[in-house]
Design a binder for this molecule. Structure first.
Ligand code: KG4
Ligand code: ZN
Length: 343
């Protein structure tokens, strides 16, 4: 079965072709970073229009690159949510229109499920059950993944997500959007022990997180040492970036260790954009070696938003016979005598 995957929840347009026998045929991602850069963040209406411009041409290009036509597609998976409403609607309408025209099943995939199943696209892949740390721009969650579709929330952030904390702190330091990767890059040249930033909720006996105080601590620090002015303080900024990253990584690593202990599971999956962070991977790998659990990641290019993870998660659902209803509440039949009175 050949499944077309469509991702359009935020600022990346992603398309993919996943074959349930031979695996991922290919995928492409169009990033809107350049489009939003001058605004310092994602502008939802610009995002929607850009998805409209790119989605269908990307589907056609991917099909022809792999010598396939639309008629070869047996099912379509698209990101149904969460995400920006207008951006999601673009994927939903293209997927539904194509599915309707081709008379094939269309399923709406939860974006977070796709992230946490994405390590199954790597070699070696984890086996169920496993603990998943989902660290993206909008979410920071620890989940017990018992089987596809069976997820138990173990803990989550009470305020900012880890990626959001990276992005906001990057902005404070005057780094360009998207902040997370820019901050991580700057941290590579910094001294992570120069500033001791708080490790929020590390001492609490639960699997929850809180990152908004960390961002405030960085703000106070930059005001104290003047590192937000762009003159002559590159090393200060790099040291703040490294100290901030270390604090987040410390908390994420410790809570993963506790989640593994609490569930008595032996595999940890790390997914979502922040999972691309080199230092996070280094520390979690080390924790796994020490405590005897195995750590799995998606291929690096599938950490951030992409169509491949959507196609994969959708293929699982279509494989079990699931068929999504058309997501639009249009009424092709609407007898006037069935209407309620006005007023
Ligand atoms: O999963 P994702 O692409 O989109 C969401 O579903 O949110 O995650 C995006 C988030 C952003 O906050 C971005 O700054 C962060 O992941 N991110 C990183 C790195 N690469 C992306 N954060 C830290 N280090 C990175 N290398
Ligand atoms: Zn995402």
């Amino acid at each position: 079965m050949l499944v077309l995957g469509i991702e359009s929840s935020c600022d990346e347009t992603g398309v993919a072709l996943y074959d349930t026998i031979s695996g991922l045929l290919g995928h492409t991602v169009h990033s809107q970073v350049a489009l939003h850069a001058e605004y310092g963040g994602v502008v939802p209406e610009l995002a929607s229009r850009d998805h409209v411009r790119h989605l269908l041409p990307m589907v056609s290009a991917l099909l022809s690159e792999h010598g396939r036509s639309v008629k070869d597609i047996n099912g379509i998976a698209y990101t149904q949510g969460p995400g920006l409403a207008g951006a999601l609607l673009v994927g939903a309408s293209v997927a539904s229109a194509l599915g309707y025209a081709l008379s094939i099943p269309v399923v709406g995939v939860p974006h977070l499920e796709a992230h946490l199943l994405s390590p199954l696209l790597a070699e070696p892949a984890p086996a169920f059950p496993f603990v998943a740390l989902l660290v993206s721009g909008g979410h920071t969650q620890l989940m017990a993944v018992k089987a596809p579709g069976r997820y138990e929330l173990l803990g989550e952030t009470r305020d900012d997500a880890a990626g959001e904390a990276f992005d906001k702190t990057a902005k404070l330091l005057g780094l360009p959007y998207p902040g997370g990767p820019a901050l991580a890059q700057l941290a590579e040249t910094g001294n992570a022990t120069r500033f001791r930033l708080p490790r929020p909720m590390l001492d609490q006996d639960n699997l929850d997180f809180s990152f908004s105080g960390l961002k405030t601590a960085v703000l106070t620090l930059t005001q104290r040492i003047g590192a937000d002015s762009k003159v002559d303080c590159e090393q200060d900024k790099a040291d703040i970036a490294a100290s901030f990253q270390e604090a987040i990584v410390d908390v994420l690593t410790a809570k993963c260790e506790r989640a593994i202990e609490a569930t008595a599971m032996s595999q940890l999956v790390v997914a979502g954009g922040v999972g691309a962070n080199r230092r996070l991977r280094e520390c979690i790998d080390l924790a796994g070696e020490k405590a005897g659990f195995r750590v799995f990641y998606p291929p690096v290019e599938l950490c951030t938003d992409n169509g491949a993870m959507i196609a994969y998660a959708g293929a699982m659902r279509i494989g079990t016979g699931q068929k999504g209803a058309l997501p639009f509440n249009a009424r092709p039949r609407w007898e006037l005598d069935s209407l309620p009175a006005i007023g």
